[in-house]
Design a protein around this ligand. Sequence first.
Ligand code: PMP
Length: 352
Amino acid sequence: MSSYWSELTASLVPYVPGEQPKDQRYIKLNTNENPYPPSPKAIKAIQEAANADLRLYPDPTCEDLRVVLADYYGLSKEHIFVGNGSDEILAFAFPAFFSASKPILFPDITYTFYPVYAKLYGLPYETIATDDSFNIDPAMYRIPNGGIVIPNPNAPTARYMLTDYLREILDANREQVVIVDEAYIDFGGESVVPFVKDYPNLLVVQTLSKSRSLAGLRVGMALGHPDLIEGLNRIKNSFNSYTLDRLALAGAVASIEDRVYFEETNRKVIATRERSCEAVRQIGFEVIESKANFLFMTHPSQSAKEIFATLKDRGILVRYFDKPRIERYLRVSIGTDDEMDAFVAALREIAS
Ligand code: PMP
């Protein structure tokens, strides 16, 4: 088929998310979900919201959630925007803050959605070269640019950048918007949210999908100067003024308020990550030090593609990227201790 409209979308190369298989039950370590359920208080709040007012539209300003988030982060509600996952917030941020006149910068190995959004909105971009161990020299962000996106920790590499380096990048780029994507920050990294008050051009994006076990609810948040939040609101209200539904709003509020459960599950994920990292190193894998809920690992002699396929045959799903520079790596989300024990045992048989 070739008509003018089919050609318009044919040039788009959309993001391909990790598998959500339906054919069998896997030990699912492929899309960085949390292995633990959400806070029981969040589930109860969602059930109560389902029994209440679904007949009515939700609050388009998401005020209750923004107030709870403001309290949590020590900011005001004017500093906070919420969206259907951080993906949607990024989708709003690109047209809100970047233009066709100067390139956006992001790492060469990074979250694949960044180039997808850039292409979707016709925005030029340049990539910052990561070294052989996927580190980035912050001085590279001194080249002329029209905005920056830094995932910290980076995905899929798990590389974490110290906040002193992020401050250096922010100091060198005061005119443009700098987005720090902190999807995985709660697993041991230090957030730059406290910098929001010093840098009116800083937008920090976080999510409830990973550390709050709510990937299925689709809630993300952005924290930044009220002018940036206003920019996001203008884009949002040009698409769909009712961002989050009533169930998501209720569940998100209860989840943020349940700090005890959040800290307990994060502690468990981090402890499991550390022992899993040690175990796969003993099998012979090189593993990038991780402050995320996943490991990025490579074996000096064995094919990642083959290990991926053999694990899958055995009912263990991890992530393999058929891409230059990372085709020798596997990304493995941290599961429960039992899941990781099964993964390590299978790996020992396959790769030792
Ligand atoms: N940023 C990064 C770096 C990610 O890896 C992900 C998860 N795939 C997201 C953002 C999006 O997360 P969500 O839309 O579930 O909030």
